[in-house]
Design a binder for this molecule. Structure first.
Ligand code: PEP
Ligand code: MN
Length: 337
């Protein structure tokens, strides 16, 4: 349930509502950044009478959240969440681009790509140091060495860093080098990992699982938020369907659907969403037109020799061209890029 306080509710009245909720075994979450205090109360008991809270001093309204995801829902927070990292804002009126290789392969590789994507207008460098590969014989990533190389390449080019965390044992090392921690499609329902990410103070990029419904995706966001970390960005990266001409089916419609259901930012990854280089640009343009808050795109200086996902990686020139096209589309719908 959501308890909306009066505009002029006093601190003492707010504290009293919080204390009453705690006394009744609710988990209490405060929503910030809006003109009045909104208190989210999460509990698993269905049998309570809203009027118990409506009669408390300073309370304006009590609303039940009927969706299974509570903190992630628009009922809990009407305004869009804007995640601020240094001078980058995700979730506002700017389309933010994360770009880079699938995997960090060497210091030279990541520095070359970082300079290229920066020049084209990306704000965030992507690259995996821990790679979830279908085959145990495929390149598994450089681990901490890769993170060091990516951090240094990003710092030289004034970029932020996003990289994938595969296991809760990696939290400490990931927090040291990254500005955003990515949860990959294969880990979207690794609930222990999600719980541990609820306890840290870094934004999480949560990718939709390849067979996950939108509701399941929002429930995974809820796992992170219920631990106290409200900085979650959702990423549509395509789902597995019966179609075989593309690696995944890019579900562009999930963008407006999620924006209606949730206040969290939603970005699109057309690289994994299609798996084919010449399909990336059309889907990136479509995602921006559909209202995505950002894009994540794989770019490689030598895709033919990439350690992973070369076939879906753009050449730097293609990426620069796509950025120009997306900028035009963003401006046409009243956004910056
Ligand atoms: C990736 O970003 O390189 C990746 C493995 O993505 P996903 O989890 O969406 O497959
Ligand atoms: Mn990849």
């Amino acid at each position: 349930m959501v308890i909306v306080m009066n505009k002029n509710a006093t601190q003492a009245e707010i504290e009293n509502v919080v204390a009453t909720l705690i006394d009744k075994n609710f988990d209490v979450h405060r929503s910030t950044g809006i003109s009045r205090t909104v208190i989210g109360a999460i509990g698993d008991k269905q049998a309570f009478d809203e009027r118990e809270f409506l009669v408390l001093d300073g309370v304006s309204e009590v609303v039940r959240i009927t969706e299974p995801y509570k903190l992630a829902s628009r009922t809990f927070q009407q305004e869009d969440t804007i995640i601020k990292i240094k001078d980058v804002q995700i979730g506002g009126d700017e389309v933010v681009v994360m770009a880079g290789p699938c995997a960090v392969e060497s210091a030279t590789q990541i520095e070359t790509i970082a300079a290229e994507v920066k020049k084209a207008g990306a704000k965030i460098l992507r690259g995996g140091a821990f790679k979830p590969r279908t085959s145990p014989y495929s390149f598994q990533g450089l681990g901490e060495e890769g993170l060091q190389q990516m951090r240094s390449a990003a710092d030289k080019n004034d970029l932020l860093v996003v990289s994938e965390i595969m296991d809760r044992s990696q939290v400490k090392i990931m927090v040291k080098y990254c500005d955003i921690l990515q949860v990959g499609a294969r880990n979207m329902q690794n609930f222990d990992l999600l719980k541990s990410l609820g306890k840290i103070a870094k934004p999480i990029l949560l990718k939709r699982g390849m067979s996950a419904t939108i509701e399941e995706t929002l429930m995974s966001a809820e796992y992170i938020m219920s631990g106290g970390n409200y900085q979650v960005i959702i990423c549509e990266r395509g789902i597995r369907t019966f179609e075989k001409y593309t690696r995944n089916t890019m579900d562009i419609s999930s963008i407006p659907v999620i924006q209606k259901l949730s206040h969290l930012p939603i970005i699109a990854d057309p690289s994994h969403g299609t798996g084919i280089r010449n399909k990336v640009a059309p889907m990136a343009r479509a995602a921006v037109a559909a209202g995505a808050h950002g894009l994540q795109i794989e770019v490689h200086n030598d895709p033919d020799h990439a350690a992973s996902d070369g076939a879906q990686s753009l050449y730097p020139e293609q990426f620069a061209h796509l950025m120009k096209e997306c900028r035009l589309i963003a401006n046409a719908i009243g956004k910056k890029m």
